[in-house]
Design a protein around this ligand. Structure first.
Ligand SMILES: [Ca+2]
Ligand SMILES: [Ca+2]
Length: 651
């Protein structure tokens, strides 16, 4: 064994010579402490080995927990090397403690034409990888092109937010991850044996086969664009956004070489030329053009902006007025914003013959392919809404307490119909929504949604309700007693506040005159105090229920509950009262339920030491041996014990 080093007392560090280390797998010297070393049974004392300033051996076994202080920043991994430490940095960080971030480059700032170019100095061949951080909001643009000096041999570009890797415009594979969302992604493209892999966020996807020309020294690499604008347009134009830590194999393409001079770079670096590249990842001044309307305040978000709008405007650029913010609706109605306007909504109460009519006045332009209606009634047969024009018709009605929907439109002969499974004339609110399954076609199935139930597909087919746009009368609440809440067709409301005028172009206007009673009130069924015996009347909309006070039952609390029904008196006769009973006890029993046998021994007359035994309204005396008689009053020669009962009625 060839040892060059010294030994320490009591512990020693020793280092193999270079030639010895070459025989190990790691080809590195031993680093650590040794003690009590013997070679050929010969103790090697540390002091025997000469050590000096240049010696790699130290006496003692000093140990520093290098990684304890977490010296690596930016989530770099600390590796303890005993005598020192190493940081394995996460990209794009580098440097001894990972504190240096490779600078990003901003391409296409303010829509400029920018690119960087590099010359490959070595021979990567056909198997290589390209990796980079990418951040963009522009879904198309050239990311990278490698050219042999005359023709492009590999192009990576964005199309619809996805990376395309192409050897020619006809020969390409797609990385289907959407990257143009403004977030930063680390993408690695690996070319291996004609196959292309892509990975980002620890996910690796094989994209397919692509025969790439082997890369050799002298090939040009263009990043973000090309010198000639005409050539760039083939690949979606110039890249706009940030690229960072761009690497071909482990060769970094340095956009701004001077900034990295202070750092010892482990890799070779391609230093190239850049045009219109801005250092760092910076945003266009997206607020420069003043995109926020109506007094909105603009804030630059990266290559985009957001507007902080005043209370009465909304939308991306505060272009849309929030009408309800100014509280335009009268009392007892609620304001709802609709496109370009508002509507004041309220429930309304209808009594029999107070139908109202609406028409679009030809103002509605949208397609009408849905309907929504809230109602509350005890009416078992009524029409909630109907309209008809020639062969087209629409009806929502209550028939035998169930909901009936019937739509015939769009050249469909059969139409669609729906009959609810459960009765709905129960005095509570119900909500029916109808919508066309395929709004874009001439005739489709329709879906119904009643209250909390699942969607039900209606029988048959029908078209949309656009026939209502032709000034057709829409009649609400015909022969109907009850309340209607929100009613809208295709999202356009039919409001019960017809006297108001609204700013929006699309409206259903009330065409019938007549007062509509706002709010939902049924008959005042509790006014006559129908509940007897202090019962409380509950108004259930045109019906009431009595909540009875204790001891009373029946619809009007008219019946005294039979409190004797459960036979509560154990030894007695029960007499009913209000929420109570009395028991007339049989002789010898007392208590509320006559369940207590009176202790008749309390005042017994057993003589001569006789023991009293209680009975029902009686007791008996258990006499000592020499006495007998009901009260043990008689001396008795007999040996047998006699017990005679004493009835309390006896004298
Ligand atoms: Ca009673
Ligand atoms: Ca008794």
């Amino acid at each position: 064994m060839n040892l060059s080093s010294s030994f320490l007392n009591p512990v020693m560090v020793l280092t193999f010579t270079t030639s010895s280390a070459n025989n190990t797998r790691s080809r590195g010297s031993f680093i650590g402490c040794l003690e009590d070393l013997q070679i050929d049974y010969q103790a090697i004392l540390p002091l025997d080995i000469p050590h000096h300033e240049s010696s790699p051996v130290e006496l003692g076994c000093n140990r520093t927990e290098w990684c304890h202080s977490q010296p690596c920043s930016q989530r770099g991994l600390c590796v303890d090397l005993w005598a020192t430490f190493r940081c394995d940095c996460t990209r794009p960080y580098e440097g001894q403690t990972c504190s240096h971030e490779y600078p990003a480059g901003t391409f296409g700032l303010e829509d400029s034409s920018s690119f960087a170019s590099f010359t490959i100095a070595d021979n990567p061949g056909a198997n290589f990888n390209v990796s980079f951080f990418i951040r963009t909001l522009k879904p198309s643009g050239l990311v990278l092109q490698i050219s042999n000096g005359t023709d492009p041999c590999l192009t990576v570009y964005l199309k619809s937010g996805q990376l395309q890797i192409a050897t020619s415009s006809a020969n390409a594979v797609t990385f289907s991850e959407h990257l143009a969302d403004g977030r930063r992604y680390l993408v690695t493209l690996t070319f291996q044996g004609g196959r292309v892999h892509a990975s980002h966020s620890d996910r690796d996807v094989e994209l397919g086969q692509l025969a790439v020309l082997p890369l050799v020294a002298g090939f040009e690499v263009y990043v973000g664009g090309l010198p000639h604008q005409d050539h760039v347009s083939t690949w979606g134009g110039y890249f706009k956004g940030c690229l960072q830590d761009f690497q071909l194999n482990n060769h970094r393409m340095e956009f701004f070489p001077t900034q990295a001079e202070n750092y010892s770079l482990p890799q070779q670096v391609y230093v190239g030329q850049t045009t219109n590249l801005a250092p760092g990842c910076i945003s266009d001044d997206t607020c420069k053009s003043g995109p926020c309307h109506n007094g909105g305040t603009c804030t630059i978000t990266w290559n985009d902006f957001s507007c902080s709008c005043p209370a009465n405007f909304t939308g991306k650029t505060c272009e849309e007025r929030v009408w309800c913010a100014s509280d335009p609706c009268p009392k007892a109605t609620s304001c709802v914003d609709v496109p370009a306007g508002y509507v004041c909504l309220a429930n309304a109460t209808f009594h029999g013959n107070a139908a109202i009519e609406f028409t679009t006045n030809a103002s509605v332009t949208r397609a009408l392919n849905s309907l929504h209606l809230d109602f509350k009634t005890r009416d078992e047969d009524a029409i909630l809404l109907w309209a008809t024009e020639e062969v087209d018709s629409l009806q929502i009605a209550i028939q035998n307490s169930t909901l009936l929907v019937d739509i015939r439109s769009g050249n469909s002969i059969e139409g669609v119909s729906f009959l609810s499974q459960t009765p709905i004339a129960d005095g509570t609110w119900h909500r029916v929504s109808l919508s066309m399954e395929e709004p874009s076609v001439v005739s489709s199935r329709w879906l119904a949604h009643l209250d909390g139930s699942v969607n039900v597909t209606l029988q048959g087919n029908a078209g949309n309700l656009d026939f209502l746009k032709n000034n057709v009368l829409i009649v609400l609440a015909e022969n109907f007693t009850g309340c209607l809440g929100h009613v809208n067709i295709g999202g356009v409301y039919l409001p019960f506040t017809g006297q108001l005028s609204y700013p929006q172009p699309e409206q259903f206007l009330q065409s019938s005159r007549g007062h509509i009673q706002l709010g939902c009130t049924g008959a005042d069924v509790c006014a006559s105090s129908p509940c007897l015996n202090a019962g409380t009347c509950e108004d259930l909309f045109n019906s009431f229920r009595c909540a009875c006070s204790a001891g009373w039952e029946g619809p009007l609390c008219e019946s005294n509950i039979d409190d004797c029904k459960s036979s509560p008196c154990v030894h007695g006769d029960c007499v009913d009262s209000v929420a109570d009973f009395q028991c007339d006890c049989f002789r010898g029993y007392i208590g509320k339920k006559c369940n207590i046998n009176v202790d008749d021994c309390m005042r017994h007359q057993c003589l001569n030491g006789g023991t009293c035994v209680d009975g029902v309204y009686s007791y008996s005396c258990k006499c000592p041996a020499q006495y007998s008689g009901p009260r043990c009053e008689s001396p008795s020669p007999a040996t047998c014990v006699r017990q005679d009962q004493v009835n309390l009625d006896d004298p």
